[in-house]
Design a protein around this ligand. Structure first.
Ligand SMILES: Cc1cc2nc3c(=O)[nH]c(=O)nc-3n(C[C@H](O)[C@H](O)[C@H](O)COP(=O)(O)O)c2cc1C
Length: 191
């Protein structure tokens, strides 16, 4: 069975471009055939702001329960994030903070997009956050600068270098997701 990977759409605003980039990642993953990839849209999930301890499962309800099941059932993640004011979107932090054990010992890769910097500053911040969640951030990433040049009429430009970067990143993610899936079962996670 291929490792299961959630591709998380981190932006939630009405006019966002995030779903186009996430869809493109999903297509590259589907072509590669080494992962079972699923898109998750934080805008559709509709998590409330965190109001309970992420460690107390009995306190969860509604979207929080669905979120815990999705993350808990995945072997790895691709976070597709824009850069907002040199950081990443608040709904993404909220979604990360909602859980702990469900993230542990799982790999995460990043696809970022934005202006000149391509969202790289947002990803640098995310790297520190995911380590606290005991995840394994991958070195390989996709950075998409000048978003306006990366788009076609109805999707994302399949630019050769970018697709090659995504493929390489997803291959690494598949390796880590498969390896950690086996090892995760050997000792309990800390939360
Ligand atoms: C509130 C806000 C702040 C932004 N700040 C930055 C920034 O600091 N650096 C950058 O490269 N782009 C910045 N941008 C441009 C976004 O990266 C770009 O609009 C991108 O498409 C936003 O993602 P979304 O369309 O999925 O919401 C900002 C956009 C918004 C809406």
């Amino acid at each position: 069975m291929y490792p299961k990977v959630l591709i998380i759409i981190a932006s939630t605003r009405r006019q966002r471009l995030g779903p186009r980039f996430a869809r493109w990642v999903w297509e590259v993953a589907a072509e590669g055939g080494a992962l079972e990839a699923e898109l998750v849209d934080l805008a559709e999930l509709g998590l409330p702001f965190l109001s309970d301890s992420p460690l107390k499962r009995e306190d969860r309800d509604g979207a929080s329960v669905r979120w815990a099941e999705m993350v808990g059932g995945a072997d790895g993640f691709v976070i597709v994030t824009p850069e907002y004011n040199h950081g990443y979107p608040a709904p993404l932090k909220n979604a990360l903070d909602h859980l702990h054990g469900e993230w542990c010992r799982k790999p995460v890769a990043f696809v970022s997009y934005g202006g000149q910097g391509g969202g790289a500053r947002a990803v640098e911040q995310l790297r520190a956050v995911v380590v606290e969640l005991e995840m394994v951030p991958l070195r390989q990433q996709v950075v998409i600068p000048r978003v306006w040049e990366a788009l076609t009429e109805d999707g994302v430009l399949h630019e050769e270098n970018r697709t090659r970067d995504a493929r390489h990143m997803l291959d690494e993610l598949a390796w880590w997701a498969g390896a950690l899936r086996v090892l995760r079962g050997t000792t309990p996670a800390t939360a």
